[in-house]
Design a protein around this ligand. Structure first.
Ligand code: FES
Length: 111
């Protein structure tokens, strides 16, 4: 009987990021950051979405022409809510948890 090697990948801990209040998007706009989108529809409710594509992890871009998020690798498309629309991803963009703190918000980006 031979020995088998089992490899475990431990999840990385979430990364906390502080965003100053003045860097948040005004109602009806969005901002594109390196790792996430900050979307604030006209109702003013702030939504933070990961830019990591749920398919194979490419960085999703914002298409102003179509007003959608589109992955450049295999063309998965997502609504500004993060909802999956089409392509091989088959899942929504991950919503990033955030909390309001003095002078801004703190995000918890999954590892
Ligand atoms: S990695 Fe985004 S669609 Fe494949």
């Amino acid at each position: 009987m031979g020995l088998k090697t089992v490899v475990y990948f431990l999840p990385r801990p979430p990364k906390k990021v502080f965003v100053k209040a003045e860097e948040l998007p005004p109602a009806g706009t969005l901002k594109v950051k390196e790792e996430f989108f900050m979307v604030r529809p006209s109702d003013g409710h702030l939504r933070i979405l990961s830019r990591r594509c749920p398919h194979l992890g490419c960085t999703v871009n914002y298409s102003s022409g179509e007003d959608l998020f589109i992955c450049p690798c295999h063309q998965s498309r997502f609504a500004l809510t993060g909802a999956y629309l089409s392509g091989p991803a088959k899942k929504d963009l991950v919503k990033i948890k955030w909390e309001k703190v003095e002078g801004g918000i703190i995000l918890e980006i999954p590892g």
